[in-house]
Design a protein around this ligand. Structure first.
Ligand SMILES: [Zn+2]
Length: 195
């Protein structure tokens, strides 16, 4: 079962759940993180925002995977799927996004006549990627979201794949604190550890 959590936008969560059903994936909207976690195999969180760190910690504690999705005025950033026992985690992604941050002008509003269509395309793209990830249906190809962040602008139809690597110094999944006793510093620089 796929759980879908979209903060402050239940309509979008319900729409995404419908698209998952079109791909024969059973999904339902989750109102809060506390809700029926046991039956959820994969949690999809859209626009986690400031709750991202909390979700990250909780899902690692629960031993569950979660898919990170950002949706902003016609552009989607989907992936990667975070694993509870491995990196990269949400904190790694946040650290890397901050480090690479380029001042982007605010995206213009989507023309009202296109808004619903653009949203539908986003739901389909996220559902297709999730289908590939969950079903391992080789005929559909490998899922980008397994270890990358897929970016698609549904107005310009431009897309890009971003690799997401673990940050060795990540306070949540980093290896530096665990590994320093095994590393011989005169042979291995910390910046090379885990990269
Ligand atoms: Zn991390």
């Amino acid at each position: 079962m796929i759980g879908i959590l979209v903060k402050d936008n239940r309509d979008l969560a319900a729409q995404l759940a419908n698209h998952y059903q079109l791909f024969n994936l059973s999904a339902r909207v989750i109102e809060s993180l506390e809700e029926q976690r046991s039956e959820i195999d994969l949690l999809v969180v859209v626009n986690a925002g400031t709750f991202g760190s909390q979700i990250n910690q909780l899902m690692r504690k629960e031993g569950k995977r979660w898919l990170h999705v950002l949706w902003d005025r016609g552009r989607v950033l989907a992936g990667p799927v975070f694993h509870p026992t491995e990196g990269p985690c949400f904190e790694c992604l946040s650290l890397r996004m901050k480090a690479n941050m380029v001042e982007e002008p605010e995206r213009p509003e989507i023309p009202e006549c296109l808004e619903e269509n653009v949203r539908r395309m986003m739901c389909d793209a996220v559902a297709l990627e999730t289908y590939k990830f969950v079903s391992k249906d080789h005929r559909a190809g490998a899922a980008h979201i397994t270890d990358q962040m897929l970016e698609i602008d549904f107005l310009t139809l431009e897309g890009e794949l971003h690799p997401v690597l673990r940050v060795p110094t990540c306070p949540v999944c980093g290896v530096e604190t665990r590994i320093h006793q095994y590393v011989q510093p005169w042979m291995t620089r910390f910046s090379e550890v885990g990269s």
